[in-house]
Design a protein around this ligand. Structure first.
Ligand SMILES: NC(=O)C1=CN([C@@H]2O[C@H](COP(=O)(O)OP(=O)(O)OC[C@H]3O[C@@H](n4cnc5c(N)ncnc54)[C@H](OP(=O)(O)O)[C@@H]3O)[C@@H](O)[C@H]2O)[C@@H](O)CC1
Ligand SMILES: Nc1ncnc2c1ncn2[C@@H]1O[C@H](COP(=O)(O)OP(=O)(O)O)[C@@H](O)[C@H]1O
Ligand SMILES: [K+]
Length: 496
């Protein structure tokens, strides 16, 4: 599991560690790690040209000490100081002692740079970049140099992943002690580039993360495997209420996801039965209401249902098994229809659907995904999987402090190639199968998003895909995750 912690937690852990170390030791660890990453990017340090963008906090201090280390190895290092009177004194002295200088003309220095180190703000930054820093962020971007952000790209919000106004766009972000939520969640994540973590020795073991990301081993441990005593019922029967005369394909795609997700059987209910049977003769189809379809271990309702989702929705929500509500099933959904349920409910909106449920604009949801997913989970008392450029899964929320403290999961495997009609339907079926197999709603949602993302990468391989290609790639993604020591192609490793 990869964990990310918010600013307050990081500061507390840093204080505790600093109290046990000689003064400045932590900053030296940070600067050494930063300089090593910069050196690796430069290849040949001697003779290279490095520009440091230096704010007046410790983030600028990290940049200055790292610059000093590079200058000692023969790089030409120039510092652009946002506020000359407040730049980190020790760092500036170290840079000068190592042969570095303060740039007189920032624009000229940036135009010649091979590498730019962004030390304007780190976890102490608030709001979008201030006016004085904005032209530097732009010039860094336009310089063509490799841009390395210190701790996080200046101007991005560490705790929420929000971006207000201009911020630095980095090729690589070197972060210290732990990942910060903003490095894993769009839109900030997009500005961070590849993220490298430098361990500082912070003791965060006993602290609940704010955001966490599953890794291969976590998912492998969650995925069900049939044993000698398994039969189709024990593996889990998924009920799928999806598709309509207008959208029969959604039924096929959701059933595909459920079958590839390991369902022992799929009971399909709706107007897409002919299309489902034509593609999947193994599906069991039913023409009446869901409650009369026979026993299932989990329901998936919503993809392609069209306008008349209401009756079937009430029917499945009245059941005592886990229910996943997606797409058209979300439209008539009211909090009180979900809050009283004893069995888990998993909602899987995209940003537009989440916006409608919250009564805000789509742009607001996309700008503040973490906040939106937590709010929805609290409003509905349900687990919520928010789809999109960063897929997030928030635990069922309530009003108690304990709810807010549980981590949101962020999916590390997605690819924009998944943004194709019907791929969400596949995800619904897949997550439904995992619910039917007995996984909790958080695990089912996050493991499904993980496999779906891997399948998207496998299917795409850098070229466009359709939703059924993603479904067809699920067995390969599954094998890649559970195969001992094997890594599925396209798997992120080392960097986020
Ligand atoms: N603690 C530790 O042990 C370790 C910490 N480490 C490092 O310290 C960093 C945290 O340092 P920090 O606390 O000094 O804050 P920092 O990120 O430099 O920002 C504060 C400065 O930015 C300014 N500023 C604020 N908002 C702004 C904006 N929108 N636009 C422009 N400027 C803005 C603000 O101005 P002021 O409000 O004071 O006028 C102030 O001058 C952390 O991220 C890591 O890199 C590592 O060395 C490891 C050990
Ligand atoms: N920019 C993106 N990057 C990564 N994944 C994306 C992006 N946009 C959409 N996706 C994924 O594609 C799928 C689309 O689902 P959805 O919006 O429900 O579409 P549909 O209803 O057509 O199936 C989701 O799994 C979502 O997370
Ligand atoms: K920074």
């Amino acid at each position: 599991m990869r964990a990310a912690y918010g600013v307050e937690t990081v500061r507390t852990a840093e204080r505790e560690l600093m109290a046990r170390l000689p003064e400045g030791a932590l900053m030296q660890r940070a600067a050494a790690g930063l300089a090593a990453v910069c050196a690796g990017l430069l290849g040949r340090v001697y003779g290279s040209r490095v520009v440091l963008l230096v704010g007046s906090g410790d983030n600028g201090g990290d940049a200055l000490y790292a610059g000093a280390r590079l200058a000692r190895r023969g790089a030409g290092v120039a510092a652009v100081l946002l506020d000359a009177g407040r730049a980190h004194r020790g760092g500036l002295a170290a840079l000068r002692a190592a042969g570095g200088s303060v740039a007189g003309d920032a624009t000229a220095a940036l135009a010649r740079a091979d590498l730019v180190v962004d030390g304007i703000t780190g976890i102490g930054g608030r709001g979008g970049l201030r006016d004085a820093a904005v032209p530097l962020a732009r010039a860094a971007r336009e310089s063509g140099a490799v841009v390395v952000a210190v701790d996080l790209p200046s101007g991005t919000e560490a705790d929420s992943g929000e971006v207000r106004g201009e911020c630095v766009r980095a090729d690589v972000t070197v972060t210290f002690g732990t990942y910060k939520p903003g490095l894993l969640v769009d839109p900030a994540r997009e500005y961070a580039g590849a993220v490298r973590l430098i361990e500082l020795g912070l003791d965060l073991g006993a602290v609940e993360a704010d955001v966490e990301a599953l890794q291969h081993a976590d998912v492998a441990a969650l995925l069900p495997a049939p044993g000698a005593g398994s039969d189709k019922y024990r593996r889990g029967v998924v009920g799928v209420v999806a598709g309509s005369k207008r959208y029969p394909g959604a039924a096929v795609l959701a059933v595909a996801g459920a079958l590839r997700g390991g369902a022992g059987a799929v009971r399909y209910v709706g107007h897409g039965a002919d299309a489902v049977i034509a593609r999947f003769p193994e599906a069991l189809v039913h023409a009446g209401p869901p409650s009369e379809a026979g026993r299932v271990q989990a329901w998936v309702i919503g993809p392609g249902l069209g306008e008349d989702a209401g009756g079937a929705l009430g029917d499945v929500l009245a059941s005592d098994v886990p229910v996943l509500v997606d797409a058209d099933g979300l439209r008539p959904l009211e909090p009180e229809m979900v809050r009283g349920r004893d069995a888990p409910t998993l909602l899987t909106p995209h940003a537009g659907e989440a916006a409608a449920l919250l009564g805000v604009s789509r742009e607001e949801v996309e700008a503040g995904r973490l906040v939106a997913v937590r709010e929805l989970a609290a409003l509905y008392g349900a687990t919520v999987l928010l789809k999109g450029s960063t897929t997030l899964v928030a635990p069922a929320g309530g009003t108690g402090a304990g709810f807010a403290a549980r981590p949101v999961r962020v999916n590390p495997t997605g690819t924009p190639w998944l943004a194709t009609a019907g791929s969400g339907d596949v995800l619904s079926g897949l997550a439904g199968a995992l619910l039917a197999a007995g996984l909790g709603a958080m695990d089912a949602g996050s493991a499904a998003a993980y496999l779906h993302g891997l399948a998207g990468r496998l299917a795409a391989g850098g070229a466009p895909v359709g939703a059924m290609d993603v479904a067809d790639a699920l067995p390969g993604a599954w094998r890649g995750v559970v195969g001992r020591g094997r890594t599925a192609p396209g798997t992120p490793s080392g960097t986020v």
